[in-house]
Write a protein that binds this ligand. Structure first.
Ligand code: ADP
Ligand code: ADP
Length: 224
């Protein structure tokens, strides 16, 4: 049974369809990437798994269980770690407080340990407020808040957006190490094709809300 499976889904907003005919299955330890132009429906596809876009047809299964109607506030309990576009942090709280709020139902010292092991930079900044962090640090904190909920599958929506090239490289290396270390399955949405080709073993390519490729990265490389 795949960890996360999309079965011929249609998703959008307020009854309007944005993506359809999307099917893919993320198995244990697999890294998937989602590619496509701006507006192709990448975010809408990812968001459907956590109820932030409307699932209009098809099914989304987590460990074989239909989670299409799982509301956003239960997402961490369902085993999905969702890192939305932008930075999902509380700017007025410190790094440490941001992590603890996300881990509110778990062991506090274990959560801090996990976050700081994955992102040592956050430990140095633990008493800084969200607004005092650099863009890359804010993104690390946003990801740390997702992983302390101990998800099986991590969903990352454009974590590199707005970062300088050098910071993008460093953050992507940290993300890859973290995913290996934790043995996470992952779906990464990015606009940078080279990043997706490096990171992902499997790729979903969307064009105007329709999948034009779903499969192994190496076959995509060969065809293009
Ligand atoms: P991508 O992530 O590939 O850039 P999106 O999934 O963000 O694409 O957007 C696809 C389409 O859905 C766009 O036309 C966008 O305007 C529309 N859309 C995105 N978010 C919303 C929303 N919250 N409400 C209504 N329409 C939206
Ligand atoms: P969970 O999904 O387990 O609730 P979260 O990290 O998403 O964990 O949220 C932790 C707490 O912070 C929850 O009480 C949630 O309602 C609140 N929260 C999360 N994001 C926001 C936000 N953008 N605005 C207001 N409250 C939020």
């Amino acid at each position: 049974t795949p960890y996360l499976e999309y079965r011929d889904i249609t998703a959008g907003y307020n009854g309007t369809e944005v993506v359809s005919q999307v099917s893919f299955a993320v198995c244990k330890g697999q890294r998937w990437g989602v590619l496509g132009r701006n507006g192709a429906g990448k975010s809408t596809t990812l968001a459907a798994a956590v109820g932030l876009s409307q699932l209009q047809a098809g099914e989304i299964l987590l460990n074989g269980r239909d989670i299409g109607s799982t509301p956003i506030f239960q997402r961490s309990r369902s085993g999905l770690g969702f890192v939305p576009q932008g930075r999902d942090i509380f700017p007025s709280l410190s790094v440490e407080e941001n992590i603890l709020v996300a881990a509110k139902n778990g062991n506090a010292s274990e959560a801090l340990d996990m976050a700081y092991t994955m992102f040592p930079r956050l430990k140095e900044r633990r008493n800084n407020g969200g607004t005092q962090l650099s863009g890359g640090e804010q993104q690390m904190l946003s990801i740390a808040r997702a992983i302390v909920t101990k998800p099986q599958v991590l969903l990352l929506d454009e974590p590199l957006e707005g970062l300088a090239p050098k910071v993008r490289q460093e953050l992507m290396a940290s993300i890859t190490d973290m995913i290996d270390e934790l043995g996470l399955a992952c779906v990464l949405v990015e606009q940078y094709v080279d990043v997706i080709l490096d990171f992902s073993q499997h790729v979903l390519v969307l064009e105007s809300g329709r999948p034009v490729y779903t499969g192994p990265t190496e076959d995509l490389r060969r065809d293009h």
